[in-house]
Design a protein around this ligand. Structure first.
Ligand code: ADP
Ligand code: MG
Length: 723
């Protein structure tokens, strides 16, 4: 059955070469019980290792069932071992974290026995080696003798035609040793048993042949009495490839068997998945936020703004406003949404001119602020408070905001100015403009409304047949002027053909851009002011009162984001209103930009994944080294390369999948209840989930392969040595 021809094996130690086997010629039949003896260092273990394919040989030929093994590929060697060899190691090589039963069963499992068969066989063998009652004890808690017996049971569980044992009774007391030999003899009736023993006498009664080694050479080869009669060779069933389910079960068993390692691996995986989910989430959000960005129709085209008008262009009633206000997902209703399109500038900070004067900004509703967007402070609580989107300012700063386009004239600033106290700092949406978050009162304030209207429509002053149009920047607001009165400079007075100031009644007219309505009100010319500017001066109340009666035609519904907007839009679908969601308005340029951004962000996410790979590799290295010993044992029992890779991969993938589930659940809890972290999940679409899952799975597979690299490049013995 087994024939060794001229086999030599060398070990290359630094500088010198040790000849561990020297031209061995041996032939064994299938039913022999061979005891091998020899001094320590004579090559006994080496011989067994070579025969069992755990180690390589350099010279000579070895035939197994007349098949030349010299040209075996790695896979063929693995397969050879898996099907033919039951090996009992001198140092047991049990998987310490497994129970007795698991260790024994693993051999039968790898061989491909079904569950019932392997359970029955394993229990029987455990009983035979005298370990009944210890089936569920962990291997690590066994004594040396007990471990040896488990190793024997495991070797026998494979039903292999070759049982190879390296001093199996060395650690057993005489009585147990004898019972083990009885067992070996019994199960090995039709098998070839090669057994190394340092005490020939105790094995002699069982053996059919005695081989003695000295210095790597056979110095004795003698038939012994009890030679068994020739029997049929054991028929080795084609060992089936292990199914993926079986491999997954082995992986799960490994995870469960080493809870500490598994928990550590899980923690690292949680970290990796958590960081990746957050970073990738912020990329997805960023790629989203460019949409509608380029849409210039509105100063505020953020995802918080959903604009509605009646289809017949009639105004909205108080009831309408209340109804919208009470809708789900609507945070607030701004009836005069024109104020969102008023541009504003920071004119002064704490009383001195602002360096930021040239950077414009737009209004936002304070109700959209939440824990994520508010970096510092709180939301505005009254008309005079503001939250600004720039770290350049501090809570407590006094800002003077200029509305409309200002003129740059030290003495005669003729824009609207309003003072606000900074109560919070928000995250910035863009780098090139500010967002100012105001309280609801700001939006319903008369002056706010007035700024908005003047910015969009046309305000004019009429005297008899003459008229002059003017804009926001030509109005100076002053409490010095009585309400209902206006003052102007000499030049304007002459333009309007007014000869004297006394008791002149003019009319102030406003025409909105679509000429849907016009407003008119008398105003009394009170005096002439002395300046060079083309400007008018009036009391703030005059202006507020003038626009007070205009009913709301165009409103903005404030929503948290585009998903809320989508919900609101579908809820309002049946109503006779026009809806415009500027943030979703797109143009080809933006669309291309979104695609480029998505690719770019995907690339960045892969970069993050790469960093996570290295973090995972470094932090899991020790754990995986500890696991490596178990993998080598599994390999020595006969688990094939592909199978072992799959087991490792399943272990990583299962851990990662569990971590991913935990992270997703935490993110959902965060989104629904805690709001501690930004809710990126709402930006995730199916594709994003798939991308994330694929990247993380790939990452765990790469890690698994990285750890198993080289495991099969060297012989089992070298792998053990490396350990
Ligand atoms: P035995 O099992 O009979 O005690 P071994 O087969 O273990 O002997 O060793 C045979 C010879 O080969 C010894 O001289 C030993 O030092 C040497 N040897 C065994 N394994 C290695 C190794 N991995 N590297 C170098 N030398 C080795
Ligand atoms: Mg030895």
């Amino acid at each position: 059955m087994l024939r060794l021809k001229n086999i030599s094996k060398y070990y290359h130690e630094t500088g010198s070469v040790v000849k561990a086997l020297d031209s061995i010629d041996l032939e064994f039949a299938n039913n022999e019980f061979v005891v091998i003896t020899g001094e320590s260092g004579s090559g006994k273990s080496t011989l067994l290792n070579v025969i069992s394919g755990l180690d390589t040989y350099e010279d000579g030929e070895m035939f197994f069932k007349d098949k030349e093994t010299a040209y075996f590929s790695k896979e063929e060697w693995e397969d050879y071992r898996k099907r033919n060899i039951g090996f009992i190691f001198q140092n047991y090589n049990l998987i310490e974290s497994y129970t007795v039963l698991q260790n024994v069963e693993m051999a039968a499992l790898i061989k491909g026995d079904d569950k019932e068969k392997r359970r029955k066989k394993s229990r029987h063998l455990i009983e035979r080696v005298g370990l009944k009652g210890k089936e569920n004890q962990k291997a690590s808690t066994l004594s040396g003798g007990e471990k040896q017996r488990v190793a024997i049971a495991r070797a026998l569980a494979k039903d292999a035609p070759l049982i190879i044992a390296d001093e199996p009774t060395g650690n057993l007391d005489k009585k147990t040793g004898e019972s083990i030999l009885d067992l070996l003899k019994e199960v090995a009736k039709d098998k070839l048993v090669l057994l190394v023993s340092h005490s020939f006498e105790s094995v002699k009664p069982y053996a059919t042949r005695h081989v003695r080694l000295f210095d790597g050479e056979v110095t004795l080869d003698k038939e012994l009495s009890g030679k068994a009669s020739d029997t049929e060779e054991t028929v080795v069933d084609e060992s089936e490839k292990l199914s993926k389910v079986t491999l997954a079960k082995i992986a799960l068993k490994n995870i469960m068997a080493t809870p500490k390692r598994s928990i550590f691996t899980l923690m690292i995986s949680l970290f990796i998945v958590g960081v990746f989910a957050m970073v990738y989430g912020s990329y997805v959000q960023q790629a989203y936020s460019i949409q509608g960005f380029n849409y210039s129709g509105f100063a505020n085209a953020t995802e918080n703004r959903l604009i509605i008008t009646n289809e017949n262009l009639s105004s909205f009633s108080e009831d309408d406003i209340n109804r919208y206000q009470n809708m789900n997902n609507v945070l607030a209703v701004v009836p005069y949404d024109i104020s969102f399109d008023t541009e504003m500038f920071i004119a002064q900070v704490n009383g001195s001119a602002s360096r930021q004067f040239f950077r414009n900004g737009y209004a936002q509703h304070g109700s959209v602020l939440n824990r994520q967007s508010l970096q510092e402070g709180r939301a505005p609580e009254n008309l005079n408070e503001v939250v600004v989107s720039s770290d350049d300012f501090n809570v407590g700063d006094e800002l003077s905001l200029a509305f409309g386009y200002p003129r740059f004239h030290e003495e005669d600033q003729t824009v609207f100015y309003r003072n606000f106290t900074v109560v919070g700092i928000s995250q910035s949406r863009t780098d090139f403009s500010f967002e100012f978050y105001f309280h609801d009162d700001y939006f319903s304030d008369g002056l706010t409304k007035a700024y908005g209207f003047i910015g969009s429509g046309q305000l004019s002053l009429h005297y008899e047949d003459d008229m002059l149009s003017f804009g926001a920047f030509e109005i100076m607001l002053s409490e010095d002027i009585a309400p209902g009165e206006i003052s102007m400079n000499e030049y304007i007075k002459n333009q309007l053909g007014i000869s004297s100031v006394d008791d002149q009644t003019l009319s102030l007219k406003f025409r909105e851009p679509f000429e849907e309505f016009t407003y008119e009100q008398d105003i009394i010319l009170s005096n002439v002011i002395n300046n060079e500017m083309f400007s008018y001066k009036m009391h703030p109340d005059t202006l507020s009162a003038f626009f007070d009666d205009i009913p709301p035609y165009q409103m903005t519904l404030i929503v948290q984001d585009r998903f809320a907007a989508e919900n609101v839009m579908s809820a309002l679908e049946s109503e006779d209103i026009n809806m415009l969601y500027p943030a979703a308005q797109s143009d080809p340029f933006t669309e291309v930009l979104v695609i480029i951004m998505s690719i770019f962000m995907g690339g960045m996410a892969l970069g993050v994944a790469l960093i996570m790979y290295f973090i995972g590799y470094i932090s899991l290295k020790n754990v995986m080294t500890a696991k490596r010993k178990d993998y080598i044992i599994l390999r020595s029992i006969g688990l094939m390369k592909r199978e072992l890779n799959l087991v490792t991969m399943f272990e990583m993938v299962m851990t990662m999948a569990f971590a991913l589930t935990v992270v997703l659940v935490l993110l959902i809890i965060n989104a629904e209840f805690v709001q501690f972290l930004p809710d990126y999940l709402r930006y995730y679409q199916t594709g994003n989930y798939i991308f994330m899952i694929v990247v993380l799975l790939l990452l765990s597979i790469l890690l698994a392969f990285r750890f198993n690299k080289r495991l099969f490049d060297i012989s089992v013995i070298s792998a053990f040595k490396e350990q």
